[in-house]
Each structure stands twice: as structure tokens, then as C-alpha cells.
Design a protein around this ligand. Sequence first.
Ligand code: PMV
Length: 330
Amino acid sequence: MVFNIKSPANIAFVKYWGQRDHSQVIPCNDSFSMNLSHCFTEINFSTLDNVSQKEMFIKEFKHTEYKQATQSEMDKVLSYYEVIRKYLKVEEDIGFTIRSGNSFPKKAGVASSASFFSAMALAFSHAFGKTLSEKELSILARLSGSGSACRSIADGFVWWYAGSSSDDSFAESIAQPEYWDITDLVLVLSYKEKTTSSADGHIGAQSSPYFGSRQKQLPTILSEMKNAFIKKDFTHFGTLVEQEAINFHSILMTQVSPLFFWSDRTIKCIKEIVNLRTKGLEGYFTIDAGENVHLICQSKDAEKLIAHFHKEEYVEDIISNKAAVGTRII
Ligand code: PMV
């Protein structure tokens, strides 16, 4: 059996940070995101007759050749393979070859583990001959350990309900990609890979003195943002997205073993986005767990913003994304 899967990364407008249950990857709060049309993982999956042969080859961003995965990359896939067998109650063992490639730099604040593990959730369940509902697939993707992978499964604009147990912590689409023509310009400031994984970061989240107040505010922020989204009120929506990004990073910077992802380039970028607004070019920033900046704008303004930021010496590259469908066999 041979098949191909394409799965998008996603950018969260309200981010998930902190887990109620680490082993089941149950988050402390709901989150809301958009799947990205030009940041995705493509996987070619072949099952093999020899069940002890399990291998993976990775094509890095902007490379043409596949290289054998490292032992630590392979270990993560094998442990997820066992999680999936257990969840699906599958006795069968299979051999496989995975070829995986990304359209964007990994571990740089664009959710590369989300696109990869959502693709793996569909790949393994399909290889075992299981047809899962979108909800089940999203739960399975969440159990990869990269919780935000569950938001890459469904189409377009996606809500992850935190839930209180494994069965009710899942993501679903609240609007199809065409619902709102907004663009996420990923301003790539550096290709450097981050050194702390989000999994480690989540564990420390609750040590921030501001964690509790963020949790208290989030239900109001989420419902205001959802209203602004439904009304397509871009100014209100963008303002909330920016405030939430700052709140989120305040937690990261104040938790025990703090995480400082912002660099001087990040700050330059933020200031320029704010400055451009005063000149009538409307965009809002959000920043995931990395140095790079996501500039959210209405698609009608994307070209002007791209032209502007291409001229800034601190911007290495720009990836322009509209909202995209979720994980698919292609
Ligand atoms: O998906 P995880 O478990 O690797 O955690 C990452 C969460 C953030 O990307 C930092 C925020 C989010 O909600 O996307």
C-alpha cells in the first residue's frame, strides 16, 4: 500500500499554553487557529512486508534530497506508532517507509510538529485500514504529544475545545477557508531552530505568576474574538490577536526556566507593523513559540505589506498563507 498525505501547519490566534493533563495532552484552555496554505508537510507512506523494517527519510526545507531520520526523530515516530495502535486497539504490526518533506523551516515558530503529526495520525490509521471520524482523528493527532496537531486535521478556521478528558478534547472547523479572505504573512527573521520544545515549555507554564490571570481572561477574549471573526470585524479581531500574543509571551517569559523567543529583529518587526498601521496599512502581529513573526492582514493589503517587508534588511523571507483545508490523502 502506498499513499500520500498533505497536512497544513496552523497559526493560533488564541494559543494553547499549559496542560491540565500532560500524559493525555489535555490543555488548560480552548484555542483558535487558521490552517496555512503554504506551510505544510507532505508524506509519502509505503507499507512493507517485513514488519521489523520501519524507516523514515526527511527532506529539509529548501533541500532536494531525502536523508535518513535521526534516531531521536525515529524514536518519536515509533512511540507515536505505539500510541496509535493502542488507541485503535490494533494487534497487527506493520513495516513502513515514510518520506516526509516540509514547505517551510521547522522548529522556528511555524508549527512544523503540528503538520507532521497530524499527517502521521492519518497515515497510520489509514495504513491500519481504519476510517476515523474527524473528531477521532483530531483526538489521535492530539495524542501525538504535539497537541496543536489536532487543529491541523479540520478545515480552515479551527477551534480546539480544551475539554476535561481525552474523549472531549478535540478540534473542529468553525468556518471553511473561504469564509474570510485574510492572510498570514510569515516574516521569516531567522532559520535558526529553537532549542526548547513546546512539550517542555507547557510543563512550566503554571509556574508563571500571571498564568492564573491569563486563564481567567481567556474565556472573554475567546468569545470576543469569535464574535469579531463571525462579523469579519478585522480591526477588532486583529487588536485581540495582538493582545493575546503579548499575554501568551508574558507567560513564557515569566515561567520558571523562562522562554524568551523574541529577538531584536522580532521587536523591530512588531514596531514596524504598529507604525504601518498609523499610516493606514492595517496588519497585526502574532508570534508562536519562535522568533519569527506572523503578520495577519486582509488579503487586499498583502501585496503592499510583502513589498514593504521585503525591503527590510532583517527579513530573510516571507511566506504568504491563506486559510487552507486540513489533513488530506492526496
Ligand atoms: O502543539 P504543542 O503541544 O507542541 O504546543 C505548541 C503550542 C503553541 O504552538 C506554542 C501554541 C499554539 O496553540 O499553537
